[in-house]
Design a binder for this molecule. Sequence first.
Ligand code: TTP
Length: 192
Amino acid sequence: MRLILGSASPRRKELLAQIGVVPDGTRPADIDETPEKGELPRPYCARMATEKARAVNAAEDELVLCADTTVALGRRILGKPADAGEAAQFLLALSGRRHKVITAVALRLGDRLWERDVVTAVKLKRLSDDEISAYLRSGEWQGKAGGYGIQGMAGAFVPWINGSFSAVVGLPLAETAALLTGAGYPLYGGQR
Ligand SMILES: Cc1cn([C@H]2C[C@H](O)[C@@H](COP(=O)(O)OP(=O)(O)OP(=O)(O)O)O2)c(=O)[nH]c1=O
């Protein structure tokens, strides 16, 4: 069985490599990521991951892996900021508060679809204007849900998380491994 990573995220590829999974191909999915009116963060995130998995072109014997990471501030969905101004707004909104990071993983083989989502609580310390400006200058907010990446400089803004670190970075490894095994993709050097 071949594995196709339906993602343009270098983090997802690295996280898979961390558990010894090397996809046979990478085919990023291009979908409309606009939330529906009134859509809540968790169902939105699950919908994004499954839509990505359906959008990737694959043969019947190709297992497609897609994921979506969404930051939820209460009922509010914070996606990837469009520009530095929006990143600043997100960081100000998150400053000093706890929020949730949801990552949904979807696997598709032909018409069969598996999905799991993982919710992690994250606390961001209260950010000073200097910290926000330095962070915006770093450019690390680009392409990251909520406008921050816990694996980089923003690690200094996070006193605690409750949940899965790998999920916050883009792929919950325990759940991804379980999904892959369940779909018949053997890990740890098993026969494919
Ligand atoms: C909160 C947070 C998000 N992120 C990233 C993970 C995701 O790559 C990104 C959210 O965007 P996504 O839409 O989940 O993914 P993507 O656009 O990067 O890639 P693709 O859809 O092709 O798979 O935010 C971090 O890297 N660190 C963090 O701390």
